[in-house]
Each structure stands twice: as structure tokens, then as C-alpha cells.
Ligand binder design. Structure first.
Ligand code: ADP
Length: 257
């Protein structure tokens, strides 16, 4: 237990010190609890796919199944193994970020060019769900950023826009500049996020709908990775959403040149 109480004897400096120490103790307590919660979530998240894999492997092994059933179960095993490998990759990334051993290799990037490539790369995934991706970026916008990390940020946000929107929906990726700041906005008109969930949405493993999200195949870590990557670039992230209307993520980076 980290709780500390120091006598408050009217001496202002000592009082301030006591106050700081007790605030620090509270922070430590919070961090300790957060670590315990995180570890509990990790073991839960790892155990669930493993339970499926073991269960279906036993069935395939021990029963005489029709070819269709066998294929169905093998497919589940493959999907769950993929989920495990995504999860381990995400956890590994986050662990590196926590240790500050995460290397961001910033380069001078032409955003117009970069966004054009993003559009080409992601359009097929949107088409597959009969959705539309509109990208708008003015000419001559430059930024200092790690291109593969910036792509990962945008990938995670667009991937969510696809997952949490019905077919026929539209996503806008808009880049603009205000003074020296570059704004990247990703706006969808999908299912939106309830107001009570919004403050927690960038936290690790936080999901609005635990059961439904599982069938969509996310790790629950996508947005927390986005947040860490944006902060590692010295940027800012915010989110606005209305349930049933849609969601908008806004990223702010320092422009270059
Ligand atoms: P997941 O792997 O579950 O998608 P994320 O960290 O990427 O994990 O997102 C956390 C949760 O935030 C999701 O489970 C979903 O409930 C909600 N969410 C994220 N993006 C959107 C979006 N564009 N529209 C609606 N809900 C979203």
C-alpha cells in the first residue's frame, strides 16, 4: 500500500511537500492498479483464442467429421491463431512504447503524395464492404513523420471506420493546415460511440460492445496504439462521436516547411 500521511503543521513548505508526496503516492497506487488490470486483461485476451483453438483441435482430432465440418472447425482454428498473432504483435509494440525503446524514424514527407498512396491502398477494402473512402488533401503540405508509423495510425482508424459502419457508408479523410499545424481528420457515418464510453475509448482493451466486437476480429488495442504513436510524434489526438450518427478522429501534427 502506498498511502502516506505527513503531519500538516502550518509550515507551508512542509505542507506543500506532504501534498506532493501524497499526490505521488496516489499516482503510484493508480499505476499499480492499472498494471494489474492490464495484466488481467492480457491473460484473458490470450486465453480466449487459445480455448477455441484447443477445443476445436480436440474435436477435429477425436471425431469422425464430415469434410465440411472439419473445414469449418479448421477455419475457426486458423482465425483464432491469427487473432493471437495480431494480439501478440500489438502487445509487443505497446511494450516497446512503454519502455521508450520504440524508434520513430522521422522523415520529411510530402503529405499529398502520401495520402494518394493511402487512398489507393485502402480503396479495395472499402469497396469490399460497398463503402466509400473520400480523401482530400491540398498540395504542398509537408510533415516530419515516420511514414510506416503514420500509415499504421491511419490504417487503424480506417480499419475501425470500416468495421463499425454499415455497408453503403462513407468515410472522409481530410487533411488541412492551420498556421503551422497539420490537421488530419477521419470521419465516418457509422454506428458511433455512446457518450459514456467516449472518455475511455483510447484505453487499452476498452471496447463498447465486448461480444459483438469479438466477431469483428479486433484486438481492442488499435486505438491505444494510435494514441501512443501520435504522442510519440509530438502530436495530439481527439475524438468526437454521436451514437447512430458517426465518429470523427482529429489528429494534429506540427507541419514542416
Ligand atoms: P478493436 O480491436 O475492438 O476495434 P480499438 O482500440 O481499435 O479496438 O477500438 C476500441 C473500441 O472503440 C472498439 O471496440 C469500438 O467499440 C470503438 N470504436 C473504435 N472506432 C470506432 C468507430 N470508427 N466507430 C464506432 N466505434 C468505434
Amino acid at each position: 500500500d502506498f498511502s502516506v500521511s505527513l503531519p500538516q503543521n502550518g509550515n507551508d513548505e512542509l505542507g506543500d511537500l506532504a501534498h506532493s508526496i501524497s499526490r505521488l503516492a496516489n499516482d503510484l497506487k493508480y499505476l499499480k492498479q492499472e498494471r494489474i488490470d492490464f495484466l488481467a486483461s492480457i491473460s484473458h485476451e490470450l486465453r480466449t483464442p487459445l480455448t477455441y483453438i484447443k477445443g476445436y483441435a480436440d474435436i477435429v482430432h477425436s471425431r469422425n467429421l464430415s469434410i465440411e465440418d472439419r473445414d469449418k472447425y479448421l477455419n475457426i482454428i486458423r482465425e483464432e491463431a491469427n487473432r493471437l498473432s495480431d494480439l501478440i504483435k500489438d502487445l509487443f509494440d505497446l511494450a516497446k512504447m512503454d519502455k521508450n525503446s520504440f524508434i520513430i524514424q522521422k522523415r520529411y514527407l510530402d503529405l499529398t503524395d502520401f495520402m494518394l498512396k493511402i487512398k489507393q491502398k485502402f480503396t479495395p477494402a472499402f469497396k469490399e464492404k460497398e463503402m466509400e473512402l473520400k480523401v482530400s488533401c491540398p498540395e504542398d503540405l509537408f510533415i516530419m513523420a515516420d511514414p510506416s508509423r503514420l500509415e499504421q495510425i491511419i490504417f487503424n482508424l480506417l480499419d475501425n471506420a470500416i468495421k463499425y459502419s454499415p455497408s453503403g457508408a462513407k468515410t472522409l479523410l481530410t487533411v488541412s493546415r492551420k498556421k503551422k499545424d497539420i490537421y488530419i481528420k477521419i470521419k465516418d457515418n457509422g454506428k458511433g460511440i455512446p457518450e459514456e464510453d467516449l472518455p475511455y475509448i483510447l484505453n487499452r482493451f476498452y471496447r463498447v460492445d465486448k461480444s459483438r466486437t469479438r466477431s469483428l476480429g479486433g484486438t481492442g488495442l488499435g486505438l491505444s496504439i494510435v494514441k501512443e504513436l501520435v504522442l510519440a510524434h509530438g502530436g495530439k489526438i481527439s475524438v468526437k462521436s454521436k451514437e447512430g450518427k458517426g465518429t470523427e478522429f482529429e489528429l494534429i501534427f506540427k507541419g514542416a516547411g
